[in-house]
Structure formats: structure tokens, C-alpha cells
Design a binder for this molecule. Structure first.
Ligand SMILES: Cc1cc2nc3c(=O)[nH]c(=O)nc-3n(C[C@H](O)[C@H](O)[C@H](O)COP(=O)(O)O)c2cc1C
Ligand code: SF4
Ligand code: SF4
Length: 268
């Protein structure tokens, strides 16, 4: 069965996963979700469809939440979701299921993959050793995922009753508000005088939310909160206002380049 695998990534984890899947699964077209953000209806051309993306704010990123219901799933026999995350997926898989229903289809399998956590607004992102460990862990996890997908099994990793209760509470308390304000949360991004005016931040942004004005970045208020601009700045000049992000290191998946993140703007 041929697969269309739609993906979205900020620091590359979800793209690295998306790239690893076809090695095991066979014929798969990788399509960036950001390249389809203007399309009203997207016909899935294959019998198997997958989504690979990060967990944002205990759910799926806003871009993905808006994307799934626009899929025409009439020819699809199997749908799966791979959500990469730092350790707490919240309601990501449950929401994925609801979004596939909205599109008139069904999510058969939903997986969470713990990778390097990139939410620099809340924690440090240093750690060479854990990046190496993550790569080894991801390989094993992708092999497991592909086995389940290939067998066409139903397998939804929504957690046990306690996880689901906690997920609902955290989403209700924090996640929902984050989701509602996500696009304009770029108002919190600031630029240090150390900026070398290279334009990398504008280049990587998968949704063209940065304009260079007087050689410095200006955010345009339709942000997807992927944090690519922050992590790919070569001199760590972009900060999150009110947070000690200057001290917290920066992260990019070791196999993903700035051009790969930027490349999400076009169909590959
Ligand atoms: C805005 C934002 C919100 C995040 N929220 C969560 C979260 O709720 N739970 C979690 O486990 N990780 C969270 N993360 C961490 C990412 O899900 C994780 O690092 C992911 O693998 C990044 O994938 P990417 O490199 O493809 O963007 C968040 C990251 C960002 C940037
Ligand atoms: S402005 Fe930065 S955080 Fe927002 S979508 Fe663009 S690269 Fe991602
Ligand atoms: S990537 Fe960093 S150094 Fe380059 S223009 Fe943007 S903020 Fe300035």
C-alpha cells in the first residue's frame, strides 16, 4: 500500500521521524503541511495516510489542527499519526482522533515518540548525550510503529485513565489558552543587539511569518510557534520575553538543516 505522509517540524524531530518511516514502510510520499496551508480541500491520493508533527501545548499544533479536517479521506483505508514530544503528550492523540472524525474518516493508529524537548520558553535545551540517546531510541521506536502500521492494527496511544485525566486537566487549564493565542504569541519574541542581520530566522520560518526590516526580524502575527527561528539563529539572538532563554542553549535535530525546515513552504 502506498502512503502519503504529511509532516510539520520546527527543530527537525518530526521531519527526522517522517524520513525514517519510509525506509521501513516502503513507497511513501512526504508532503509538508505548511505547503498546503492555503488549500481549502486536500484529496489524499493514497490508501494509507500519515501525519508526523510535534506536540504543542498538550495537543497538536494549530497548523495541524486546522489541516486534518480539510483532508478528503474518501479513498483512505488506514490513517496514522506520529506525534513527537518532550515527555507529556496531553491530548494530542485523542484530539487527532477527533480531527480525523471531523474530516469524515477515522484515525486507526496514533503514536507518541519522546524526543528532545525544544520548548526553550520553559526549560534548558542543552545535552549532547541525550541527543545521541534520542537518535538510537527513535530508530527502535520507528521500527515498532511501522510494524503496527503495516499490519493495519488499531493502536491509539492515549495513555491510561490517569494520563487521560491529567491530559484533560492540563489542556483545560493551560493548553486551550495557548492554542487560542498561538498565532500572536510571536509578540513575545525579542532580538538582542548581538543579531548579525543574517536573515536565517526569516529564511527558516515555514510559514513566512518573519520580515526583515532594517536588517532585523519583524514578526507578523501568524506564527505557528514552531520555534525554528529561535533555535536556528546562529548567535542565539532571539529570546522569549520574560524568560531566561539567553542561558538555555539552542537545539536542532542533528540530521536536519535550516534548508529542510525552510523547504516546508513548498511541495517537495
Ligand atoms: C510551542 C511548543 C509547545 C510544546 N508543547 C509540548 C507539550 O505540551 N508536551 C510535550 O511533551 N512537548 C512539547 N513541546 C516539545 C516538542 O513537542 C518536541 O520537542 C518535539 O519533538 C519538537 O518537534 P519538531 O522538532 O519537529 O518541531 C513543545 C514545543 C513547542 C515549541
Ligand atoms: S515566526 Fe518563528 S516560531 Fe513562528 S512560525 Fe516562524 S519560525 Fe516558527
Ligand atoms: S537569525 Fe539571528 S542573527 Fe540572523 S537576522 Fe535573525 S535574529 Fe539576527
Amino acid at each position: 500500500m502506498v502512503t502519503t505522509l504529511y509532516y510539520f517540524a520546527g527543530t527537525g524531530n518530526s521531519l527526522a521521524c517522517a524520513r525514517a518511516i519510509p525506509k521501513e514502510l516502503g513507497e511513501t510520499d512526504l508532503v509538508p503541511i505548511a505547503s498546503l496551508r492555503e488549500e481549502k480541500r486536500i484529496r489524499v491520493p493514497t490508501e494509507r495516510v500519515g501525519i508526523a508533527c510535534p506536540v504543542h501545548f498538550y495537543t497538536l499544533p494549530v497548523l495541524v489542527r486546522e489541516f486534518i479536517p480539510r483532508l478528503d479521506l474518501s479513498g483512505v483505508k488506514h490513517a496514522f499519526l506520529v506525534a513527537t514530544m518532550g515527555g507529556f503528550p496531553g491530548l494530542a492523540i485523542a484530539h487527532g482522533g477527533e480531527l480525523f472524525k471531523k474530516a469524515g474518516g477515522e484515525l486507526h493508529a496514533g503514536f507518541t515518540v519522546r524526543m528532545f524537548a525544544n520548548y526553550i520558553a520553559e526549560y534548558n535545551v542543552r545535552g549532547e548525550r541525550s541527543i545521541r540517546a534520542m537518535k538510537a531510541r527513535t530508530e527502535l521506536r520507528v521500527a515498532q510503529i511501522v510494524r503496527i502500521v503495516q499490519a493495519g492494527e488499531r493502536h491509539l496511544e492515549r495513555g491510561g485513565p490517569f494520563d487521560r485525566l491529567l491530559g484533560r486537566a492540563v489542556f483545560a487549564l493551560l493548553g486551550r489558552k495557548f492554542v487560542e493565542t498561538a498565532r500572536t504569541r510571536d509578540q513575545r519574541f525579542t532580538v538582542d543587539p548581538s543579531c548579525v542581520h543574517c536573515g536565517t530566522c526569516a529564511h527558516v520560518c515555514p510559514v513566512e511569518n518573519i520580515r526583515m526590516a532594517d536588517k532585523s526580524p519583524q514578526w507578523l502575527g501568524h506564527c505557528e510557534q514552531c520555534f525554528a527561528c529561535i533555535h536556528f539563529c546562529p548567535v542565539a539572538a532571539i529570546q522569549v520575553q520574560g524568560k531566561p532563554t539567553r542561558m538555555r542553549g539552542r537545539y536542532q535535530h542533528p540530521d536536519v538543516r535550516a534548508d529542510d525546515i525552510a523547504g516546508q513552504r513548498r511541495v517537495s
